[in-house]
Design a protein around this ligand. Structure first.
Ligand code: DGT
Ligand code: CA
Ligand code: CA
Ligand code: ZN
Length: 544
């Protein structure tokens, strides 16, 4: 390894480009660069890869390297977790902590496990942005607590949380009040506050556990609308609005929309937008991705709403790696106002997730029939989340898949395959007439795993052609498709479903995150299949 390091320092200090030396065959003449190293450099220049490095990397899962950055977690423990519990990534470590098996490992006490937990929080907040799903409940708690104060006239989340960006830098809270002092004091004295970073007469910043920052602004009720636009952002959206104001001979700031000294609008967001010649623009669209021009042209989409969703098409049960019974999940789904839910447990090749064989799937179907006789005005559909194997074939035979109502096909292995191979795999699945939906199409995990090298343009083209839907997986670490990709899919005429991939009944709540992502992707109700009544849904999935 040291020879490589020395060579790399030498290459960096060269006055000429290495590729020139390779072409003129002079690379081997440089002192300190041996034959082996030279051929590595040549390989890298030609192919963009280094087989030796890749072979080394293959023996150690990539995600393990990241775990070294977690405070309080050393190589010895990481090795133990890998060997004993097959922990290969941050996501895997979190699962192991949740599952509790970690306590059975030698030398692993309750205290040590707690330390790992707080190390993860510290690491994640240090690495910058947290997921929206992790931040939202905290943000709502703050709004609820401050909302009870008599001096608070209006309170709203602002910033990226209100725009429902998939990751959040800090939480912004806006309050309208005529007496800011008691509001600021109550804010800095919230029980979850670990440190007061700044506290003035109209604004304050605090740090909660794990370095999550919250900014509070208190404004006069007369400026509420202008301030809410200003602090919701995005900064780029606001730049467009200010430009528009200027064209109209006005000025927009955090206090008001003004013509000379006269206030034209300020009290509500609607009034400010109206005086700019615009309809209200939903916060999810305020990213300067064409929303201002669309609004000017009267072409803003009527966005899908949570209440449009009639069912969930990706739910696990305790038949595979879920934690609730089919009936338990179904009753929870019905309580949400849904009319249907499909059970999509893993298929057999996912051993760690107790994937189902065709035989177990048949027995599960009997249980679903029974549950359906017990629950009124609700239908449990039979489904699977079938693995797309590394050669592109499916983990269950076609005649088994053909009997199911909702077949989700997903990739859970071979993440590091080349773009061509992984795209080919996905397209084979899309072309299979038994496959209804592709699950979590890019495989990314926010902050812990990059998308696989899939070529989404080709995937979407095939999906549009074959009528296979792409999923917006609403699990907070996935949000996959993301907003931008969901928008592209809809534009290309690809059917979209929003599903939670729930493993316990509480997970069904994450449907909101999926719908917010869809809204950020400009999706309408008509773009999303699980807004359809059951009969039309089944007809669409399985045209006679
Ligand atoms: P984040 O916190 O990184 O997830 O993203 P935001 O959008 O919440 O950004 P943040 O917290 O820095 O500011 C909240 C909003 O306040 C932002 O979307 C626009 C507005 N804002 C903050 N500082 C400035 C500024 O210096 N200029 C302008 N034009 N707007 C600002
Ligand atoms: Ca923010
Ligand atoms: Ca902020
Ligand atoms: Zn999956």
């Amino acid at each position: 390894m040291n020879a490589y390091r020395r060579a790399s320092r030498i290459v960096e200090s060269l006055a000429v480009d290495v590729s020139d030396l390779v072409e003129s065959n002079e690379l081997r003449d440089i002192p300190g660069i041996g034959k082996g190293t030279a051929s590595l450099i040549e390989e890298h220049l030609e192919t963009g890869r280094m087989s030796v490095l890749e072979a080394e990397r293959k023996t150690i899962p990539r995600g393990l390297i990241e775990l070294l950055s977690i405070p309080g977690l050393g190589p010895k423990t990481i090795g133990l977790l890998w060997k004993e519990l097959n922990v290969k990534s941050l996501a895997g470590l979190k699962r192991a902590l949740r599952g509790g098996k970690i306590l059975d490992l030698p030398g692993m006490g309750k205290k040590k496990v707690e330390n790992i937990g707080s190390g993860i929080v510290a690491y994640e907040s240090r690495s910058g942005r947290l997921t929206l799903g992790a931040v939202l409940p905290i943000a709502h708690d703050i709004v609820r607590a401050l909302g009870e104060l008599t001096d608070v006239r209006e309170i709203e989340l602002a910033g990226s949380v209100r725009r429902f960006r998939e990751t959040i830098g800090d939480i912004d809270v806006l309050v309208a009040s005529t007496r800011p002092e008691p509001v600021i004091r109550a804010f800095t004295e919230l029980p979850s506050v670990e440190e007061v970073l700044a506290a003035g007469t109209t604004k304050a910043s605090v740090r909660l556990g794990g370095a999550l920052q919250v900014d509070l602004r208190v404004v006069k009720p007369a400026s509420w609308g202008a301030a809410l636009i200003y602090f919701t952002g995005s900064a780029d959206h606001n730049v467009r609005l200010r430009g528009l104001a200027q064209e109209l001979g006005m000025k927009l700031n955090e206090y008001a929309l003004q013509k000379g000294e006269r206030t034209v609008a300020a009290r509500t967001e609607e009034s400010v937008y109206r005086k700019l010649g615009l309809p209200f623009i939903p916060p999810e669209l305020r990213e300067d991705r064409g929303e201002v021009d669309a609004a000017l042209a009267g072409e803003l989409p009527e966005l899908i709403e949570l209440s449009d969703i009639r069912g969930d098409l990706h739910v696990h049960s305790d038949w595979s790696d879920g934690h609730a019974t089919i009936e338990g999940m179904a009753r929870a789904a019905k309580r949400r106002g849904y009319r249907y839910m499909s059970v999509n447990d893993h298929s057999r090749s996912l051993g760690i997730a107790h994937g189902l064989t065709p035989e177990r799937l048949a027995r599960q179907a009997e249980e679903i029939d029974e549950v359906n006789t017990r629950i009124k005005s609700f239908t449990v559909l039979k489904g699977t989340e079938v693995d797309i194997l590394s050669d592109g074939s499916l983990d269950l035979p076609d005649d088994v898949l053909a009997r199911l109502d909702v077949v989700v096909a997903s990739i859970h292995s071979g993440f590091s395959q080349s773009s061509d191979r992984i795209t080919g795999r996905m397209i084979s699945a899309i072309e299979n007439p038994n496959v209804d939906i592709i699950g979590h199409p890019t495989g990314r995990l926010l902050g812990t795993r990059e998308p696989y090298a899939v070529d989404l343009d080709r995937v979407m083209e095939a999906a549009a052609e074959h009528g296979t839907a792409l999923e917006i997986n609403a699990y907070h670490e996935r949000l996959d498709l993301c907003d931008v990709n969901a928008r592209r899919a809809a534009e290309l005429g690809v059917r979209v479903v929003i599903s939670t991939d729930s493993h316990r009944s509480d997970d069904l709540e994450s449907m909101e995150l999926g719908v917010r992502t869809a809204r950020r992707g400009w999706l309408r109700k008509s773009d999303v299949l699980n807004t359809l009544p059951l009969r039309s849904l089944l007809k669409t999935l399985h045209p006679a």
